[in-house]
Design a protein around this ligand. Structure first.
Ligand SMILES: Cc1ncc(COP(=O)(O)O)c(C=O)c1O
Length: 385
């Protein structure tokens, strides 16, 4: 299987675009979209039967295995969980709200988030802390990253006797760092702190074995790197936490068990969830290890090439990089992230640009449809700004 330009035809991407932004909202594969369309047509052949008698079993009275549960089997195998401990959600925000609203908090308690975390999820943590009269503390994390261990140390140092919960990215949002999550979880548990991990970018980006990480809850998107249609994510919950966990939107499954509560959040289009196994099939069709290898090698090459061309430092260890990398732009690019982003959009280059610590940065995603020529295009465009 050859990757790069040859794979562009597998996606609907505008051929004129240099698309280095897979991480932001994913790009769905043609085969997965076809599967999703077929599911929509199947639903429409008898919507009442499909949605009321085949899709989910919130009250425990269906004869066969509900379609949502069937779809979860290959997903759980891919991410290293038991399907009975794993539910579909529309996205990380939905999953995080469910967990955050289910954790009992009092006015003496503290919730930790990090300054590398995703803003929408940190807002949800701020909201629940505010309602409970609890304290929300934002841990300052090292940046740029020079060692994985320093992240464990920063988090451990921030924990107090009042800390109940840490919300932490497994692969950080705009900075694209693979954090040592198992070590972070162990440090938190040693101090009596529960861990909600945000793995928005992880499935399909780097190998994943959720149970082995030892966290309490793990939320992930499948619509980014696992080629599922949007809106499709998962929430895994450790068995001992399930009795206390409820979706943010309560429906028919209340008090019928963990999966029953999440599997039918009212009437909605379930086609993205049910087509998610087709995304895993695509990864296997390409060769999962070959995808990881191509994407990581291209991201790592981009780190070296762009930082050298732009004359900016890059100090992050390779072990903290998956299929995305965040690189500092040269001072000649100026200090207006929106202006730079617009200038790149005008040249049909799609990458995020952000300001951090007085400099501009771009996060480059490497996917099967990318190759060195895309990186060169970005390098030249930024150098010419
Ligand atoms: C760490 C992280 N969490 C969450 C999200 C997105 O959240 P949602 O899936 O709810 O849109 C992103 C998006 O890029 C992210 O980087």
């Amino acid at each position: 299987m050859s990757f790069g330009r040859a794979r562009r035809a597998d996606f609907l991407l505008d051929p004129q675009l240099t698309y280095l932004n897979h991480g932001t909202v994913g790009v769905t594969h043609r085969d997965v979209l076809a599967t999703q369309r077929a599911i929509v047509e199947e639903i429409e052949s008898n919507p009442a039967r499909f949605l009321l008698r085949e899709l989910a079993d919130p009250q425990g009275d269906l004869d066969g295995e509900p379609r949502v549960r069937q779809a979860m089997v290959p997903i759980a195998r891919f991410v290293g969980t038991d399907p009975d401990d794993t539910v579909f959600v529309d996205n990380i925000t939905t999953a995080a709200n469910a967990v955050l609203r289910s954790v009992p908090l009092g006015s003496h308690d503290e919730v930790l988030v990090t300054d590398l975390g995703y803003g929408g999820v940190s807002n949800a943590a701020a909201y629940v802390a505010r309602r409970a009269g609890a304290t929300l503390t934002t841990v300052t994390m090292p940046w740029p990253a020079v060692s994985a261990a320093s992240y464990v140390e920063s988090i451990a140092a921030a924990i107090t006797s009042r800390t109940r919960l840490l919300v932490v990215d497994h692969l950080t949002a705009t900075t694209a760092l693979l954090l040592p999550l198992a070590d972070i979880a162990a440090a938190c548990h040693d101090r009596g702190v529960a861990v909600l991990a945000d793995g928005a970018h992880v499935p399909g980006n780097v190998p994943l074995d959720i149970v082995a990480l030892g966290v309490d809850w793990y939320a992930a998107n499948l619509h980014k790197w696992a080629f599922a249609p949007r809106s499709c994510g998962i929430l895994w919950c450790a068995p001992h936490r399930q009795a206390d966990l409820h979706p943010a939107v309560i429906s028919w499954g209340l008090d019928h068990g963990f999966t029953a509560e999440f599997d039918l959040p009212g009437t909605r289009d379930p086609s993205a969830w049910l087509a998610a196994p087709a995304g895993i099939d695509v990864l296997h069709g390409y060769g999962v290890d070959a995808v990881y290898r191509h994407n990581h090698q291209l991201a790592w090459w981009a780190a070296g090439t762009l930082s050298e061309r732009w004359g900016t430092p890059f100090v992050t260890p390779e072990s903290m990089i998956g299929s995305m990398v965040t690189v500092q732009l040269p001072a000649s690019a100026g200090d207006d992230p929106r202006g730079v982003q617009q200038a790149l959009h005008d040249q049909r280059i799609e990458v995020p640009v952000m300001a951090r610590d007085g400099a501009l940065w771009t996060r480059v995603s490497a996917q099967v449809y990318n190759d060195a020529a895309d990186i060169e295009t970005l390098a030249d465009a930024v150098a010419a700004l």
